[in-house]
Write a protein that binds this ligand. Structure first.
Ligand code: SF4
Length: 325
């Protein structure tokens, strides 16, 4: 039996060499995640972080919990499978915008409607950083980042709107360089009962020379009166926005308002919780409705061998059941 230990941010650090580029927004996401795990006092052996392929895919290497670096675009099936096998685990999936909204788009959409109780974080930098900066699905039409030969001719996916219509029940946007705010979002996403999604605006200083830290911070548009930058990022809570559904009658109105708000980009970019609906039953609860033993006897605690060390599953019987005759 593993004893509970007192945790801190250092509990969740590893000594694996970190080869992200200096100044990468990935560092802010990593730091916010480690802080949130510590503040929630989660035990490392009760947390699993899954990743896809891309710069963000290295994140599990740097967090001292169970870490699984999976395949391109396939992080959600792995993460969901682990959660359903062991509902006691806190499961967090991470991936890039190309990974989750390009090759993994089918999983992204179909995971929302299941409402499994996990958190999915997208590192959204508008480029495929690991493969030298090609345009990702979130780079807007007309943008020409430094490794593109010409302007991007594709329109961009809006991850917030896509998540809401897909059925995610907690949908938020964070900013990688506001780690305190992002930490609070991650804590809320972990604590939310159901499928949570956080789109994190994450500057890639190596390949995205448009959406830089300075651009988000408004360094190019100083207030003539004060001479100070006017940041493009603002917090939804600072303008009294409330996306939480408290009864069923509010669902359509709050969903519509959140989608409209998510299209506010350009020079005013909101971060915070766009939509939260804790009233939707989770996938685990739906399974429990027809398999009452599931909550207390999920696959992870079922025996796989008998006292004679023989497998309890009768493979021949299973094969026989699926045989085509
Ligand atoms: Fe970060 Fe971009 Fe470097 Fe990847 S290529 S580590 S996203 S700065």
């Amino acid at each position: 039996m593993v004893m509970a230990e007192r945790v801190s941010v250092t509990t969740f650090r590893t000594d694996v060499f970190n080869n992200w580029c200096p100044g990468c927004g990935d560092f802010g996401i990593l730091s916010a995640l480690q802080m949130s795990l510590a503040e929630l006092n989660l035990q490392p052996h009760k947390v699993a972080v899954f990743s896809g392929i891309g710069c963000s895919g290295k994140l599990p290497h740097y967090v001292n919990v169970y870490g699984i670096h999976t395949l391109h675009g396939r992080v959600l099936p792995f993460a969901i499978g682990a959660k359903l096998a062991n509902p006691e685990l806190t499961v967090i999936a991470v991936g890039g915008d190309g990974d989750g909204l390009g090759i993994g788009a089918g999983h992204f959409l179909n995971s929302g409607r299941r409402n499994v109780d996990i958190l999915y974080i997208i590192h959204n930098n508008g480029v495929y950083g690991l493969t030298k900066g090609q345009a990702s699905p979130t780079l807007r039409r007309g943008m020409k980042t430094k490794s593109l030969p010409r302007e991007n001719i594709n329109d961009a996916i809006n991850p917030i709107a896509a998540a809401i219509v897909a059925g995610y029940t907690f949908v938020a946007r964070g900013y990688a360089y506001d780690t305190k705010h992002l930490k609070d979002l991650i804590k809320r996403g972990i604590e939310h009962k159901g499928m949570a999604f956080i789109d994190v605006l994450q500057p890639c200083p190596t390949y995205n020379d448009i959406h830089t830290k300075e651009w988000y911070g408004g360094e190019d548009r100083k207030d003539p009166a004060t001479g100070k930058p006017v940041p493009r990022i603002y917090k939804l809570e600072s303008v009294g926005y409330d996306g939480e559904v408290r009864n069923e009658s509010e669902v359509t109105e709050k969903m519509s308002r959140a989608i409209m708000k998510s299209f506010e980009m350009g020079d005013n970019i909101p971060i915070g919780v766009f939509y939260s609906n804790p009233l939707v039953p989770t996938y685990e609860e739906r399974i429990g409705a027809f398999a009452p033993n599931y909550a207390n006897f999920p696959p992870a605690v079922q025996p796989i061998r008998n006292l004679a060390y023989r497998p309890v599953a009768k493979i021949d019987d299973i094969l026989e059941e699926f045989a085509v005759k």
